[in-house]
Structures are given as structure tokens and as C-alpha cells.
Design a protein around this ligand. Structure first.
Ligand SMILES: CC(C)(COP(=O)(O)OP(=O)(O)OC[C@H]1O[C@@H](n2cnc3c(N)ncnc32)[C@H](O)[C@@H]1OP(=O)(O)O)[C@@H](O)C(=O)NCCC(=O)NCCS
Length: 176
């Protein structure tokens, strides 16, 4: 899949080799430490992130999650995950998780390329709808609004960033 950023390519990846695992780990750690909202509170080390990444890669191997990778000039530039439901009642939609572009590469349109690629992978997988959550106070709902994501609910205090710093979690969805 090619894009408006000429050297950027988005692919669904089923098999993760040692090099790609190292790149995913470095990216997730650096995105977190740059303030990204991707499941951790900074600061983190690769040792903190590795067990969570390896559990995610196990789910990819089991077919429970689809890993979508963005490369630029052959190097990992970002990634995201489509989390599929085991329930037969929920197989027509997925939750998008871990959307991230490496901090050195943000602000050049790659996030848009990545999410458009995630949507293409989702459509090719037969999905009809996507769900995701964003933390209150990061402005990320404006990023997702470009694809038509709409808020349908908020869970007060769902995210604890630290003592006395609870945030709402906004639930968004889009029909593909
Ligand atoms: C969110 C993220 C993936 C966007 O990637 P990016 O490469 O910086 O985004 P792009 O350059 O493609 O920006 C596309 C558009 O989205 C907007 N946008 C980007 N990041 C945004 C943000 N955090 N909040 C609101 N709007 C944002 C840009 O302004 C741009 O709009 P414009 O063309 O009208 O100026 C990236 O900033 C990131 O990895 N952030 C840290 C991880 C994170 O918090 N992920 C979200 C998990 S819910």
C-alpha cells in the first residue's frame, strides 16, 4: 500500500522477526517518553515495555490482533494494532490500539498515512466499524475526527496518570 508521503508504506504483518521486534520496542518506548498516550506513563525503559509488547505479539500470532506497520525508507516509522473480538456477535468491528509515529517523524503527515492504512487493512479484513479510546486533555479526538470518528461516551476517571491525576477516557467510533 503506497501513500501521499512517497517513501511511506503501510502493511499488515503476521510474522515479527527479531529486527522488527527491536524496532517496535524502541518506537513504543520513545513515543511514551516523548509524552505519547499509548498505554504507559513516562518515563519507561525498554525493560518496562518488553513484556507488554511480547504479550501483544503473542496475540498477533494467535490471530486475535492484527499488527499494522508503517515504514519509511525501509525503517519502522510507526505502527498500530487492530484488536479483534472473540465473540461471534462482535466480529464485524475492532478496537484500534497503540496508534503511534516515531517522535522524530511526527508532524509530516505520517500519522494520517498510518491511520488510513489501518482503515484499508480493516476493510480488507471485512470489518465494518472501528472503535478506539483517547485520554481526556490530549486533543487527540481532533486527529481522529479527520476520518469521521465520533465520540459516543466518556468514562470518568478511567485513566490514572498518577496520584490525584485521573482522566476521562473518550470512546470514539467510525463506520468504514
Ligand atoms: C497522533 C500521531 C499518531 C499523529 O501522527 P503525526 O505523524 O504527528 O500526524 P500527521 O502529521 O499525519 O498529522 C495529521 C493531522 O492531524 C493533526 N494532528 C496530529 N497530531 C495531533 C494531535 N495529537 N492532536 C490533534 N491533532 C493532531 C495534525 O495537525 C494534522 O492536521 P493538519 O494537516 O490539519 O495540520 C502522533 O502524534 C503520535 O504518535 N503521537 C504519540 C502517540 C499517541 O498519543 N497516539 C494516540 C493514541 S490514542
Amino acid at each position: 500500500m503506497t501513500s501521499a508521503v512517497p517513501s511511506a508504506v503501510v502493511t499488515a504483518v503476521d510474522t515479527v522477526d527479531a529486527r522488527l521486534r527491536r524496532e517496535l520496542l524502541a518506537c513504543w518506548t520513545e513515543v511514551t517518553n516523548a509524552g505519547g498516550a499509548v498505554g504507559f506513563v513516562p518515563p519507561v525503559t525498554e525493560d518496562d515495555v518488553a513484556p507488554v509488547l511480547d504479550a501483544l505479539l503473542d496475540r498477533v500470532r494467535q490471530g486475535r490482533e492484527r499488527l499494522v506497520v508503517l515504514t519509511e525508507d525501509g525503517a519502522l516509522a510507526g505502527w498500530a494494532v487492530l484488536s479483534l473480538s472473540l465473540s461471534p456477535l462482535r466480529r464485524h468491528w475492532a478496537t484500534v490500539l497503540r496508534v503511534q509515529v516515531h517522535p522524530h517523524r511526527q508532524g509530516r503527515g505520517l500519522g494520517r498515512v498510518l491511520l488510513s492504512g489501518v482503515h484499508a487493512v480493516a476493510r480488507d479484513s471485512g470489518l465494518e466499524m472501528l472503535h478506539l479510546t483517547v485520554r481526556e486533555g490530549y486533543g487527540l479526538e481532533r486527529f481522529y475526527a479527520q476520518w469521521g470518528y465520533r465520540e459516543f461516551g466518556r468514562m470518568p476517571g478511567a485513566i490514572r496518570l498518577g496520584p490525584g491525576d485521573d482522566r476521562e477516557e473518550l470512546h470514539l467510533y467510525v463506520r468504514l
